[in-house]
Design a protein around this ligand. Structure first.
Ligand code: GRF
Length: 206
């Protein structure tokens, strides 16, 4: 079973609690996926420390170390390719991936709002200041835009009286972690297809 488990490369920029949830889930062989490497766009983050504690190979490609975005895009794609992933998972990765990665691998992303509302780096803050009563999280396939790819799964989270950005984000992240774990596992075990914007679980022709 483990030799057939889908190979995941997970990309992080921060605390890595979504990565940790995937690591914990993948400890069970029946999950159907295993993390083969963790990449980041910055050093010194807890996400990388979690990967190192789990004994996983890690890599860091900082935009500032490259002459420009195109060179960074190519470097990131090359580092990912070394690990031959079936799926790349952006788990709190705060950069948009370029064509070299997007054309080579399916890429899953997670966002702390109900897309297409409140895309971008401040989805929680933007939802809160707009005054919505329900927000949530979205797992989607990445494309060249900012949080514009086909939607894979969503869950709603209520905004409570007295919430600030931190309390609301923590409540969303609890839901987000289980949605991401559930979604990645199902994609690995069941396969998936995309027609236009429409994502479906299941292998084609079944
Ligand atoms: C998640 O809410 C993700 O959607 C957002 O940043 C958070 C990452 O959390 N972009 P963590 O690093 O997985 O703890």
């Amino acid at each position: 079973m483990s030799s057939q488990a889908a190979r995941l490369v997970v990309l992080v920029s921060g605390s890595g609690t979504n990565l940790q949830a995937l690591l914990d889930a993948a400890a069970d062989e029946s999950y159907g996926a295993r993390i083969v490497a963790v990449g980041a766009d910055r050093d010194g983050i807890e996400g990388l420390a979690r990967a190192e504690r789990a004994g996983l190979p890690t890599f860091v490609e900082r935009l500032a170390d490259h002459p420009g975005r195109d060179a960074w895009d190519r470097a990131v794609a090359a580092r990912i390719a070394e690990h031959r992933p079936d799926l790349v998972v952006c788990a709190g990765f705060m950069k948009i991936l370029g064509a070299p990665t997007l054309s080579a691998f399916p890429v899953l992303n997670t966002h702390p709002a109900l897309l297409p509302a409140f895309p971008g780096a401040h989805g929680v803050r933007d939802a809160l200041s707009y005054g919505v009563r329900i927000t949530g999280c979205t797992v989607m396939l990445a494309d060249a835009g900012v949080d514009t790819g086909p939607i894979v799964a969503q869950k709603a989270v209520p905004v409570l009286e007295g919430d600030d950005e931190a309390t609301l984000h923590e409540r969303i992240k609890t839901v987000e972690r289980s949605l991401l774990v559930d979604t990645v596992g199902r994609m690995a075990r069941e396969g998936w297809t995309v027609t236009g914007r429409i994502f479906r679980l299941g292998r084609p022709g079944r």
